[in-house]
Design a protein around this ligand. Structure first.
Ligand SMILES: Nc1ncnc2c1ncn2[C@@H]1O[C@H](COP(=O)(O)OP(=O)(O)OP(=O)(O)O)[C@@H](O)[C@H]1O
Length: 270
């Protein structure tokens, strides 16, 4: 059984436009799938539908089943929010493009990272403090004591995204959904954050749904790719298949415009 099974997922806007159409895919334990497509192709709405977080007024049909270890398999579509609250963070969690969306501007970073550790792992006092600093160290933040004392605006964009990743991983989720997690960062720190994410996912054996418009980025992080256009899947396959033999003209364009996919492929382990 897969960890995530999406079957015939469709999302319609309040005025009836089909924004995601009949999308089906699955992700097994430890698998890493890239969702790639140009702006507006429906990638983010797919992620939101999986988390049960679509904007009010949108209608969703089809099926999204999350079946994480130690939790009952759950149909997300139509589930009451109370049931989804128990899944979010644990079965699946999200890192978004803009780390400030995950962070409270008025709360010190340490308290924010501590919160999921307290809630999910039941840690308190010195153990909680130690786990918070170790979570910040794990995302390769040097001087974690200073970062823990800082407010989000007092640290850099790259550091904020590392903090957001630390918070997401604190709940030990089975599936991480990363929606353009490096797009808002300076080019100089994009590669660092990407390799951090790839290493953490591999070390923990987590599953990954990685959303991007950039094939070069996805090539370095995922095993398989699903190409989306206008809300539908137009092609899917292994990263190597898609890069070396794209079948659809749209995919070919994506391959052609992938800035540095050669470089990214070279980074992949054989
Ligand atoms: N709240 C909303 N109300 C109405 N339409 C929306 C809403 N959010 C997204 N859309 C539309 O749904 C379509 C898919 O949007 P989505 O954000 O999933 O695309 P995307 O592939 O993630 O693009 P990007 O890479 O720019 O984030 C787009 O046409 C978008 O305009």
């Amino acid at each position: 059984m897969s960890l995530l099974t999406v079957n015939g997922l469709s999302v319609h806007s309040p005025d009836g436009r089909a924004l995601v159409r009949d999308l089906s895919f699955s992700i097994g334990p430890g698998e890493r799938l890239g969702l790639i497509g140009e702006s507006g192709s429906g990638k983010s709405l797919t992620a939101l539908a999986i988390m049960g977080l679509l904007p009010a007024g949108m209608t969703v049909s089809g099926s999204v089943v999350l079946d994480a270890p130690g939790m009952p398999a759950t149909e997300v579509v139509g589930a009451p929010s109370r049931r989804l609250d128990r899944l979010r963070g644990r079965a699946a969690t999200t890192v978004f493009q803009e780390p400030l969306t995950a962070l409270d501007p008025l709360m010190r970073v340490g308290r924010q990272v501590a919160e999921p550790l307290r809630r999910w792992r039941g840690l308190r006092g010195a153990a909680l403090r130690e786990a918070t600093l170790s979570a910040l160290t794990e995302v390769r933040l040097s001087d974690p004591e200073r970062i823990a004392r800082a407010y989000p605006h007092e640290i850099s964009g790259g550091q904020r995204q590392r903090v957001a990743i630390a918070m997401a991983l604190a709940c030990e989720p089975a599936l991480l959904i990363a929606d353009e997690p490096t797009t808002a960062l300076d080019v100089s720190v994009q590669a660092d954050v990407l390799s951090l994410l790839a290493n953490l996912i591999a070390a923990r054996g987590m599953s990954l749904l990685f959303i991007t418009h950039d094939l070069a980025v996805v090539a370095g992080v995922t095993d398989r790719v699903l190409v989306m256009r206008d809300g539908t899947a137009v092609e899917s396959g292994t990263v190597l298949d898609i890069v070396t033999a794209p079948r659809e003209p749209y995919t070919r364009d994506l391959v052609d415009s992938a800035r540095t996919f050669d470089e990214a492929l070279n980074r992949r382990k054989p």
